[in-house]
Design a binder for this molecule. Structure first.
Ligand SMILES: NC(=O)c1ccc[n+]([C@@H]2O[C@H](COP(=O)([O-])OP(=O)(O)OC[C@H]3O[C@@H](n4cnc5c(N)ncnc54)[C@H](O)[C@@H]3O)[C@@H](O)[C@H]2O)c1
Length: 365
């Protein structure tokens, strides 16, 4: 059989195409240096702790390349288009970031709240969005209680005055120190975190009242020893109000000047939920005027906050950098839980833990 030049060119062309197809299927890329195995990319967009990185390396067991962008826009841009999985801790995945992530097949939140992930676009593109609820709830509950006790006992002020100014405020602080025992605490949102906190508060003989979009059946209320109240009644009765609902359109500025005006004079507000649940200007005014005696704030409307934030000028607040869920134990549980779906998506394109997918009902898996 005799081949013409055109036949040979066509055979070479087909062979090349077949080769490239094979490379794509086997995730192999070509460069001038030869063949390179092209790994799937898991892009972690946020700055995360070294423990979170350590656990990510331990539990993400596929041969994917896990890129820690540490919030660096340059690194994010470099990997965004190729990344198959996007992971966020607090920064979120905003619309413009997601639209550039053309190869993304899965989005993972390291934690619970998914308010700053563009779920609408993800759903339109049939991308499952996973979170890991309940893994850090015990930590957040402990943290909320810690903030409350720090506010009630003015611990930070006592420590700072002693260590920075050499002041022994033994008697001065006493007028505003309080016992938690026997106080009425109003929980707004009685989900995983709210329930853990309730358990801790019961140890202080607190009366625990709650408001939630979904009221518990009465036998559960009895078992937990909690009383349901409409939000305004809860605000009027509580010595301490603690927020544990998600940030949604409905809960945005749920605590505004009107709601603060309903609160008991001298009450304390705790926000370990999301900054946007509180109108920060209204809270600032209430703390400045003494309408509220103090606040413990772990979450801010714009994060990260810095020391120009008006709250920093207030003597009666304890502030922290969104660290409620950030314990070693919780971080390991979060990453371990998240890795189940990251691994299964990368290995077989399936979801191992459907219960973690927040847009499950609106996508096809
Ligand atoms: N500070 C931190 O480090 C940290 C860590 C984890 C979670 N969080 C925040 O805490 C929130 C609660 O976490 P969770 O694990 O308890 O969630 P969860 O889903 O278990 O509980 C949330 C509760 O809020 C209720 N709720 C929803 N909308 C409401 C509304 N409009 N009014 C009143 N209640 C409403 C729900 O019915 C549910 O019972 C998360 O959404 C997240 O924003 C903060």
């Amino acid at each position: 059989m005799c081949y013409t030049d055109a036949d040979i060119k066509s055979i070479i062309c087909h062979a090349k195409n077949l080769f490239y197809l094979l490379c794509a299927l086997l995730k192999i890329s070509l460069n001038s240096g030869g063949l390179i195995l092209k790994k799937d990319v898991v892009l972690v967009v946020d700055g995360i702790s070294s423990k979170t990185k350590e656990f990510s390396r331990r539990y993400i067991v596929t041969d994917a390349e896990v890129v820690f962008a540490d919030g660096d826009p340059g690194i994010i841009d470099q990997y965004l288009e190729t990344a198959k999985v996007l992971v966020t801790s607090t920064k979120g995945i905003p619309p413009e970031m997601l639209s550039k992530a053309k190869n993304c097949v899965y989005i993972q939140k390291y934690g619970a709240g998914v308010n700053n992930i563009d779920i609408g676009q993800a759903t339109d593109r049939n991308i499952p969005v996973g979170n890991v609820p309940a893994t850090n709830s015990r930590s957040v509950a402990e943290y909320t209680l810690t903030l409350l006790l720090a506010v009630y006992k003015q611990i930070i002020k006592a420590h700072n005055e002693l260590t920075q100014n050499g002041k022994w405020l033994k008697t001065v602080l006493r007028d505003n120190n309080h016992e938690l025992t026997g106080k009425t605490v109003g929980l707004i949102g009685l989900g995983n975190i709210g329930k853990h906190l309730r358990r801790l508060l019961v140890g202080f003989d607190c009366r625990v009242i709650y408001f939630d979009a979904f009221r518990l059946p009465s036998d559960q209320e009895r078992e937990l020893g909690v009383e349901f109240m409409e939000i305004d009644d809860l605000l009027a009765l509580s010595d301490v109000v603690s927020l544990h609902c998600p940030l949604t359109e409905e809960t945005h500025h749920l605590i505004d000047d009107h709601r603060i005006s309903r609160m008991k004079p001298g009450a304390v507000l705790l926000n370990c939920a999301r900054g946007g649940v509180v109108d920060e200007k209204a809270l600032y005014e209430a703390l400045k005027t003494g309408k509220l005696s103090g606040a413990g704030i772990d979450t801010f409307e714009n994060e990260p906050a810095d020391n120009t934030h008006p709250f920093c000028s207030l003597p009666n607040v304890v502030l922290s950098p969104h660290n409620g869920g950030g314990t070693v134990e919780a971080v390991e549980a979060v990453v371990k839980g998240a890795s189940e779906n990251i691994n299964s998506m990368l290995q077989s394109g399936t979801i191992a833990q459907k219960k973690y997918i927040v847009n499950l009902t609106n996508i096809k898996l």
